[in-house]
Design a protein around this ligand. Structure first.
Ligand SMILES: Nc1ncnc2c1ncn2[C@@H]1O[C@H](COP(=O)(O)OP(=O)(O)OP(=O)(O)O)[C@@H](O)[C@H]1O
Ligand SMILES: [Mg+2]
Length: 361
């Protein structure tokens, strides 16, 4: 049985529907992420799981038992918000002990559990400090320790790293993965940052306009986006208007305006005349002054329209055919690499027929 089962949840504010029939089931021990743009309903959904808000319809079950009728303080769930509030006049240890004191737990047990929690977040030597004597990352870890001290079944985290700078964020991401693995508590993590979601999660629900667009493992979301929204939202993707001109069982031919024919993988249901989009990741495209394309590859000649030197890679925008622009990536592993191709240079690109996906929605 799933730990948390969400069935067809709807939440309206007046005539605006913030959560529009969301269903998902979350397994025990999972690091599950809700990912989507601002306003897509992530926090609203989290608040209903926590019990701070109720849906107009639908069900939320924890281990098969109804949760909606359970008040928030009776749910074995804890939430860490973006603006985690530590009490400034209490030490780190007192901050962490606070939820236990509220529960009237004995002194000795509190001391033991605070010690364990501090160890969980590797702050064992900082219990006597005050919050303003800590770095941003350490404060965030205290907030996590306080959330874990009650050993909730489910920890909800609403953009907990949003306030941190990039270096610290990356460090905290690694710590979060390790922490979740060690304590074995199920996490539901909210973010609008797709790299963060890909790095942290066992599974991701990509949300848009109150709905789930795709629910899958990170690699599936990245490699096989289900529709245009997911392809565009996750990473960088060439989205090229195309029409099926001939369809076989495994392969098909797409007609692209201004370019001509390309071979692509048949998603299974494409028939001649169907219109859609070829979604192609820039790193799946080979680019060089001269290429010898393989049998299974599409191959075109074009010109460097523009490029962007990013340090580790250079992004090339290549004009092929009539006004068709395709983005391709070249890693800068060899010295002087970014100088190989200049604006206006003739260039060749190629990609395997199965490098992209044809999306018809
Ligand atoms: N109490 C409320 N009354 C009216 N509208 C609300 C209320 N709470 C949320 N909304 C609306 O519901 C939509 C979803 O809000 P929500 O806070 O869930 O978005 P989000 O995905 O968490 O966005 P962000 O990434 O910016 O935090 C928004 O359009 C918001 O304005
Ligand atoms: Mg939010």
């Amino acid at each position: 049985m799933a730990l948390l089962e969400i069935r067809n949840i709807v939440r309206r504010f007046g005539d605006f529907t913030a959560v529009d029939g969301v269903s998902m089931s979350i397994e025990s021990g999972e690091f599950f992420t809700l990912l989507g743009p601002s306003g897509c309903g992530k926090t609203t959904l989290l608040r209903m799981i926590a019990g701070f808000d109720s849906p107009q319809s639908g069900e939320i079950l924890l281990e098969g038992r109804d949760l909606i009728s359970t008040p928030p303080e009776k749910r074995p769930i804890h939430t860490v918000f973006q603006n985690y509030a530590l009490f400034p006049h209490m030490t780190v240890a007192e901050n962490i002990a606070f939820p236990l004191k509220m529960k009237k737990i004995g002194k000795d047990e509190i001391r033991e559990r605070v010690r364990e929690s501090l160890e969980d977040v590797r702050l064992a030597d900082r219990g006597g400090r005050y919050p303003d004597e800590l770095s941003g990352g350490q404060r965030q870890r205290v907030a996590l320790a306080r959330a874990l001290v009650n050993r909730p079944r489910l920890l909800l985290l609403d953009e907990p790293l949003a306030a941190l700078d990039m270096k610290l964020r990356e460090q905290m991401q690694i710590e979060l993965i390790n922490l979740q693995r060690e304590v074995g508590i199920t996490f539901i993590y909210v973010t609008h940052d797709q790299t963060e979601a890909l790095a942290l999660s066992h599974r991701i629900a990509v949300m848009n306009g109150g709905r789930v667009e795709q629910l899958d493992e990170p690699s599936k979301i990245y490699d096989s986006p289900k529709n245009r929204f997911v392809a565009d939202f996750i990473g960088t993707c060439n989205l090229i208007e195309a029409e099926v001109s001939a369809a076989g069982e495994e392969k098909m031919v797409l007609e692209i305006k201004g370019l001509g024919e390309v071979t692509a993988k048949n998603p299974g249901n494409a028939a001649s005349g169907k219109k859609g989009i070829l979604a192609l990741r820039p790193e799946k495209i080979r680019i060089a002054a001269k290429l010898s394309p393989g049998m299974e590859e599409n191959h075109f000649k074009g010109r460097v329209h523009d490029f962007l030197y990013m340090g580790d890679v250079t992004v090339y925008i290549v004009e092929i055919g009539e006004g068709v622009h395709i983005e391709a990536l070249l890693p800068n592993s060899a010295a002087g690499r970014p100088k190989i191709l200049e604006k206006g240079d003739p260039v060749e690109i190629s990609w395997r027929y199965d490098a992209g996906s044809f999306l018809d929605e």
